[in-house]
Design a binder for this molecule. Structure first.
Ligand SMILES: [Zn+2]
Length: 139
């Protein structure tokens, strides 16, 4: 059983690349991203919390692409250990202003039981792979 986050509407759906039952949105086209937000890695509560972030962005942004990138920007700046994505400077500013208006509820990230078990193993393999840079001046 795999629950995954819908990046489009914030619903939790069954299967990472299956169409969302709420909005019919399927894969992001980026498999790494599709599988990043699954209950293999996070608790269902955490997926729901990220879903609330997507939903809050959706309330202030009707543009699918921009909404998607705003969420990615949110995760890569607020939770850089999950996702490190480099976004062009002007796009970052637009995303940041959308997040400012959306005012999403904070997410308490909680790993799934399985993720905890696998952590030692995975840490060794993915350490240093995620691209993050200290944010100079953002906040
Ligand atoms: Zn959806």
């Amino acid at each position: 059983m795999t629950w995954a986050l819908c990046f489009n509407c914030g619903a939790t759906k069954f299967g990472a690349i299956c169409p969302c039952p709420e909005c019919k949105y399927g894969s992001t086209g980026d498999m790494n991203l599709d599988i990043a937000f699954r209950d293999h890695r996070f608790s269902k509560d955490t997926l729901n919390a990220f879903g609330a972030v997507v939903a809050s962005i959706r309330r202030v942004c009707q543009d699918d692409q921009l909404r998607f990138w705003s969420f990615i920007h949110y995760v890569s700046t607020r939770h850089p250990d999950i996702l490190g994505v480099k976004i062009a400077a002007e796009q970052r500013e637009r995303c940041e202003s959308i997040i400012g208006r959306a005012n999403p509820p904070p997410v308490a990230v909680e790993e799934s039981g399985r993720a905890k078990l696998l952590r030692d193993f995975v840490t060794r393999r993915t350490d240093g792979e995620v691209e993050t840079e200290p944010d100079s001046g953002g906040n």
